[in-house]
Write a protein that binds this ligand. Structure first.
Ligand SMILES: [Zn+2]
Length: 200
């Protein structure tokens, strides 16, 4: 049985192959128990094609390294992960992409992207039919993580499909385990790509 950090490292390398994490971008995290107040997040500046299980480090809910990892730099976006775990206590894995389609599609819509009639919508937990009209929020990009955390907390009710887009940046998706988080991210990325094709 592979450990969580081994499984997630494999996922990270596979997503790099899809072009979702160029130039050391993106970050990923997990926690070992649903109510844990520390999380394991990817270290800053790692080439995701080479990501290893030991490239995770442990931080508290403010994004500060625990004693064991003092002096090691977590991803610049660590606070986004901390806030998501706080907002959605069932969450155990958070994935992020810098995919081309998320960036391009975020330029074509304002505050949200809606989808209706796509079979794959059922990939989002809670969606049981392709007939629903679903909305994925687009949040503005910023380098100020405290500001972004405030926007996230204000947008909690819009996160019902367990994911969002950041304009000109990428996507975040999460789940109660790696299997579910992957399903949510891959559903979103597929929808963005197919919808992009349909509005040409
Ligand atoms: Zn990012």
């Amino acid at each position: 049985m592979k450990t969580m950090n081994q499984q997630l490292a494999e996922t990270i390398r596979a997503y790099h192959q899809k072009g979702w994490s160029p130039a050391t971008s993106t970050n990923y995290s997990f926690r070992t128990e649903a109510d844990a107040k520390t999380i394991f997040v990817s270290r800053s500046g790692i080439d995701k094609s080479q990501f290893q299980p030991e490239d995770f480090m442990c931080v508290d809910f403010e994004g500060n390294p625990t004693a064991e990892f003092e002096g090691i730099k977590p991803s610049a976006e660590t606070l986004i992960h901390c806030v998501l775990y706080d907002l959605f206590p069932d969450t155990q894995v958070i994935l992020h992409s810098h995919s081309v389609y998320s960036v391009v599609m975020s330029q074509k819509f304002e505050d949200e992207i809606t989808f209706e009639g796509y079979e794959i919508q059922k990939g989002f937990a809670g969606q049981t039919t392709h007939e629903n009209k679903i909305s994925i929020p687009i949040l503005p990009n910023t380098q100020d993580m405290q500001e972004f955390a405030t926007w996230m907390r204000a947008s909690k009710d819009r996160f019902g499909n367990h994911c969002f887009v950041i304009r000109n940046h990428g996507t975040y998706a999460w789940g109660k385990n790696l299997f579910e988080a992957k399903r949510h991210l891959e559903t979103l990325e597929y929808l963005l790509e197919v919808r992009h094709g349909s509005i040409q």
